[in-house]
Design a protein around this ligand. Structure first.
Ligand SMILES: Nc1ncnc2c1ncn2[C@@H]1O[C@H](COP(=O)(O)OP(=O)(O)OP(=O)(O)O)[C@@H](O)[C@H]1O
Ligand SMILES: [Mg+2]
Length: 401
């Protein structure tokens, strides 16, 4: 598992500080160590704990801000410093950089500016710590019981067989999720423990809160009580997923069927969205509806891969060809029906790769997983796409106009 970079943010103006804090915290490899509303507070924060990065707004008191930058740079030359200002005249930029700032950003700062500037100013620190190859797979079913949890669990378990990988499985089916049953484990902590401690969430707390299954998968299960569901919000889930992404090489998320704003955060976070359907009319109608809905959000539809599960379940099933015509696209993958094996997997709480490694259905899931990873290699890294500003997971509610 990799470590995040600690950053301290100092910006006396509250609205600017909040906006910067939200954007910086959404970058999986950054961890907010302290937020300061004055330059004196920044001095105190640095004296308590040395961060990797200081982001400082210099407009409130330019002279004092420069003095602090000079002091930090002089005493702690390894700390990267990024200055933020409304001013963009040459002398100000020059003076600030000479004082020790490695980057100078103009307000209002955009996410895409930060995504480019932070790696520049942090340099090799990021390469050492950021899990830039981490991949996120969200599995979503078009209706209840189509096999999405089976798919999420078995992809995660297969990925975990490779000792190079570290794999987390998040059960976002907050009310009736059953990923813990599929892995036959009784977790001590749940998503609630991390979501409600999000302000002090770091890798060690995260790891402690997860249950390691013998397959190697780390599970973050759904809440125990229904009453706790509302503790999980789009904001804190974003933070939880960022920490997970920086901690694990692969993140598999079992999405709920409610397609709530919380689910949308996860869908926006994912590199691949596996939309699981079966070959019947209600399912296919939902595929069409969901694809149309996804099209209203920036960058979602492009990540969707429609997967048909339980092919050949019944002789009177709608044919694959007819179904593809109905949904207007080819299925990305076809998973055969194998009730006996899948029932055993679920009832024994043992993933396919351990229970029935030679079964056709196991091979099918393995090949699907390989295919997803191969596709990944040929597409842009998620961070790069995020930097382009097109995948605005922070602003997931910003629908296309
Ligand atoms: N390819 C398959 N062949 C046969 N049975 C399957 C297959 N995939 C899943 N199943 C079975 O279908 C049932 C539902 O699977 P699963 O719980 O994974 O679906 P789900 O979409 O997560 O359901 P829910 O809506 O309850 O979350 C289980 O009994 C599982 O064993
Ligand atoms: Mg399920």
């Amino acid at each position: 598992m990799s470590n995040q970079l600690k950053f301290v943010l100092c910006e006396p103006k509250k609205s600017v500080r909040e906006s910067l804090s939200k954007m910086l915290s959404s970058m999986g490899y950054l961890f907010l160590e302290a937020e300061c509303s004055s330059y004196t507070a920044l001095n105190d924060a640095i004296a308590t704990s040395i961060p990797d990065l200081v982001v400082i707004g210099i407009d409130d008191d330019y002279a004092q801000a420069l003095a602090v930058i000079r002091k930090i740079h002089g005493q702690l030359p390894d700390v990267a410093i990024m200055a933020v200002s409304d001013r963009n005249d040459g002398p100000t930029i020059l003076e600030t950089m000479r004082a020790g700032a490695g980057e100078f950003l103009n307000s209002p700062v955009e996410m895409s500016d930060l995504a480019e500037a932070v790696p520049r100013v942090c340099g090799s620190k990021i390469n050492k710590s950021h899990n830039s190859t981490s991949r996120v797979i969200a599995v979503a079913g078009v209706t209840g019981g189509v096999g999405s949890t089976s798919m999420a669990v078995n992809i995660a378990a297969y990925l975990a067989q490779d000792p190079v990988n570290s794999v987390a499985l998040v059960d976002l089916d907050l009310s009736v999720g059953d990923a813990d049953i599929f892995l036959d484990c009784i977790p001590e902590y749940t998503l609630i423990d991390v979501a409600s401690n999000v302000s002090r969430l770091d890798l060690s707390l995260m790891k402690k809160s997860m249950t390691r299954h013998e397959s190697g998968v780390y599970l973050l299960p759904r809440p125990v009580s229904l009453l706790d569901n509302e503790i999980v919000t789009p904001d804190n889930l974003g933070r939880v997923l960022s920490v997970l992404k920086s901690a694990f090489s692969h993140l598999v998320i079992d999405i709920s069927k409610s397609y709530s704003t919380v689910d949308l955060v996860a869908l926006n976070f994912a590199d691949h969205i596996l939309l699981v359907t079966q070959l019947d009319l209600p399912c296919l109608r939902n595929v069409v509806r969901l694809l149309m809905s996804f099209d209203e959000f920036h960058g979602l539809k492009e990540k969707v891969k429609v997967i048909v599960n339980r092919c050949n379940l019944q002789s009177n099933q709608i044919s694959v060809k007819k179904a593809e015509e109905t949904i207007g696209q080819a299925f990305y993958w076809q998973v055969p029906n194998d009730y006996q094996t899948m029932a055993a997997v679920r009832n024994n709480g043992v993933p396919l790769v351990m229970q029935a490694p030679q079964a056709n259905i196991t091979q099918c899931f393995m090949n699907l997983t390989h295919s997803l990873l191969d596709v990944q290699k040929t597409t842009a890294a998620p961070d790069a796409v995020a930097a382009s500003g097109k995948k605005q997971w922070l602003g997931f509610l910003s629908r296309k106009s």
